[in-house]
Design a protein around this ligand. Structure first.
Ligand code: NAP
Length: 252
């Protein structure tokens, strides 16, 4: 299978690395010329990766076309000819299947997907919509596909992925709070990283629900319960839900 990618930035780099450093025969990959430094680096590192002269050359030469430009650069697709037998996988956040169909004016199957940077190590599940055997097999190689039929459900997953950097900012705030109380910044960061790395391991235990995990880590009347109920109060939880609702409205 030949995979073409239009828009060679961070997520394209993660996908190519994940595909080519995994098991199995390496697929042939055609890259668009924009994002020249990343494209050249990937082609130099992997023998089956080639940089094309333009976006149309990518579309003409592949069986699966991954669109990985930023949503504001979607006009890159206008005028592109895509054969009906090519499977198009769009990664652009907030660009609906209907808009994609209008932009590309093709009868080709269209799929939306939300890969995360951890596809680089083939350990992240990618939501796809609608399910398609070719697209889902591609993401199975990168850690697993989670196909959904309904685009509204897909947008809910898309909103969830938008909470990642808030989580890092939360950890940075904890670390800076400790520094403000006289702990050396490197010690504070090291400790916070260790604290939450362990939480990551607990999350991989799928036999316990998230609510169960929270309860199992909390002594009734203890200090974890105190911070959860005083800081992550119902008002705080409502503010988070409202921010997600507003984002979902925009994504839909
Ligand atoms: N990063 C993530 O974790 C992630 C996860 C899921 C989905 N996505 C989606 O994936 C897309 C790319 O995200 P990213 O973070 O990889 O962005 P990025 O690093 O900014 O990469 C976008 C690339 O598209 C290139 N480009 C711009 N206009 C183009 C055109 N007309 N033809 C061909 N290439 C063009 C840019 O080239 P120049 O540098 O020359 O402008 C750049 O190399 C976005 O739509 C985003 O919503 C990203």
């Amino acid at each position: 299978m030949r995979i073409g990618i239009i828009g060679v930035g961070e997520i394209a780099r993660a996908i190519v690395t994940g595909l080519l450093e995994g098991d199995g025969p390496p697929p042939e990959v055609l890259l668009s010329p924009r994002g020249a430094a990343t494209a050249a680096e990937l082609a130099a590192r992997h023998g089956t990766v080639r940089v094309c002269g333009g976006n149309q050359e990518v579309a003409d030469g592949c069986d699966v076309l991954i669109v990985a430009v930023r949503p504001q650069d979607r006009q890159a697709l206008a005028g592109l000819a895509v054969a009906a037998g090519t499977v198009v996988v769009s990664l652009m956040a907030g660009v609906s299947l209907a808009e994609l169909r209008r932009l590309l004016a093709t009868d080709a199957p269209l799929v939306r997907a939300i890969p995360l940077p951890a596809v680089r190590e083939r350990r992240s599940v990618t939501v796809t919509c609608p399910p398609h055997p070719v697209a889902d097999a591609l993401f199975d190689r990168l850690g697993g596909a989670l196909p959904v039929d309904d685009e509204d459900a897909f947008n809910v997953f898309s909103a969830l992925t938008s909470t990642l950097t808030t989580h890092y900012a939360y950890l940075a705030t904890l670390s800076s709070w400790a520094s403000g109380h006289g702990i050396a910044p490197d010690q504070a960061e090291r400790y916070v990283r260790g604290l939450f790395a362990d939480l990551g391991r607990s999350l991989s235990d799928e036999t316990r629900s998230l609510e169960r995990l929270a309860a199992d880590h909390e002594t009734p009347g203890g200090t974890n319960e105190r911070i959860r109920t005083t800081w992550f109060s119902p008002a705080n939880a409502t503010a988070l839900r409202e921010a997600l609702d507003a984002l979902l409205t925009d994504l839909t």
